[in-house]
Design a protein around this ligand. Structure first.
Ligand code: AMP
Length: 397
């Protein structure tokens, strides 16, 4: 398959879907350019290969057509500095100005198109709109993993107009390769650590991972639905009563598949949802009324650390407790540090999903784990085994 490393970009106009949905302050200055910097290797690779680059992205959520605060023009100067070239700008992503500017591009030039979502056709996946974007270029590159689970005009539909000349950029290729290392390949023993508030958000992942992992570790608020399903008392902890049967079914499936399913043995309980609450340690299934579990306990932490140390491949999604509050962050912090130690000893560790990424950053461990996925919703859907339109559009599966 063609990829960005072996493709000959010489004299090609390349339209690249990037994720430049960066936060801006009231003066329209970029406050965090992580997403922009992440796309630079793809852009530079095309330029160095003798191609010209047409960048398209969304920014914010414009409701009804163009809005100055969502204009991509605010990104021109910073992007020009980052790329070391004066970036050209088309104030409409389709139409005459975009056509005119793209037709005049020389090797190495970069043209940024105005916000795609100024047209409602973008999120609707409109074919005529996608064809107008496609007209501007010879090659299509998708490097916006964060929107790969959407069948938008620029993320999927446009690919129909490039039967052959379509590729993943580096971000897309890396995300897919790293998630595949856990889901499709990966050395055993494999462990998935799933936490976060609710079972409802994670049940599809749990079910999909059960035939792929050796150990499935549960933490966070969702542990209490499992504990309740086992007949425990969870006091005032977070429970999704309507998912108790689903939780039972997941545990039964784990047993059938010989997967070790770990549910916390103890918890830190509090008399209110507050950092200053009174707290104590409790067996996880014996929580008195008036108390709620907000973190995993010591015995659980040490058991989980042992499993982490003995795994060769690990996926972590979701905090073990209310890690935003210092009184309830120990479980999450200890798991994060155990993952860093395991990585140093050769384990492949993938961290994904908003709150586990926030936790890894909070403990400054970003560079001490194997890969931190920026995909959020797209990553979770990929792990759930769903076909992502942005991936299917390029590689056909
Ligand atoms: P999610 O978005 O589903 O990954 O959930 C992340 C949120 O779950 C974080 O904001 C945590 O504070 C919260 N959380 C983790 N453990 C608990 C718990 N035991 N009770 C309530 N909320 C929790």
């Amino acid at each position: 398959m063609k990829n960005i490393d072996n493709y000959d970009f010489k004299n090609k106009k390349v339209i690249v879907r990037v994720d430049f949905n960066v936060p801006l302050n009231d003066n329209f200055e970029i406050t965090d350019d992580t997403r922009m910097r992440a796309a630079l290797p793809t852009i530079q690779k095309i330029r160095e290969g003798g191609g010209s680059v047409i960048l398209m992205s969304h920014l914010g959520r414009p409701k009804n057509g163009p809005e100055d605060k969502f204009s991509l023009k605010h990104l021109i100067d910073h992007l020009s500095d980052q790329l070391g070239t004066k970036v050209l700008f088309a104030d409409n992503c389709i139409g005459e100005s975009a056509k005119e500017l793209s037709s005049k591009l020389n090797a190495g030039d970069v043209l940024l198109l105005e916000n795609l979502r100024f047209y409602k056709e973008e999120t609707k996946g409109d074919k005529a709109f996608a064809s107008k974007l496609a007209e501007l270029a010879d090659v299509y590159v998708n490097d916006a993993f964060g929107t790969a689970h959407r069948a938008h005009a620029s993320t999927a539909i446009i690919a129909e107009f490039f039967p052959v000349e379509k590729l993943f950029g580096y971000i897309m290729a890396n995300e897919i390769a790293n998630i595949d290392k856990v889901v499709k390949e990966g050395k055993k023993p494999k462990t998935a650590i799933l936490g976060g508030a609710k079972v409802s958000g994670k049940i599809e992942i749990i079910n999909h991972l059960l035939d792929k992992v050796d150990n499935l570790i549960i933490g966070g608020g969702m542990m209490f639905t499992f504990i309740k399903a086992l007949g425990g008392n969870v006091g005032d902890s977070l429970v999704e009563v309507d998912l108790i049967d689903t939780a039972k079914a997941a545990m039964a499936k784990a047993k059938e598949l010989n997967v070790n399913f770990y549910i916390p043995k103890d918890a830190i309980i509090a008399d209110k949802f507050d950092n200053e609450a009174n707290t104590k340690m409790s067996p996880a299934g014996e929580i008195p009324d008036g108390w709620m579990g907000l973190d995993i306990g010591e015995e659980t932490i040490s058991e989980y650390k042992g499993i982490i140390a003995n795994s060769s491949t690990i996926l972590w999604n979701g905090p073990m407790g209310v890690f935003e509050m210092s009184s309830f962050e120990k479980g999450t912090s200890e798991v994060a540090h155990a993952l860093a130690n395991a990585t140093a000893n050769g384990t492949f560790t993938l961290i994904g999903g908003g709150d586990s990424v926030a936790a890894i950053n909070k403990y400054n461990l970003k560079d001490k784990v194997s890969y931190v996925s920026t995909g959020g919703g797209a990553m979770l859907e990929y792990i759930e085994g769903k076909a992502l339109p942005g991936i299917v559009a390029i590689r056909g599966e």
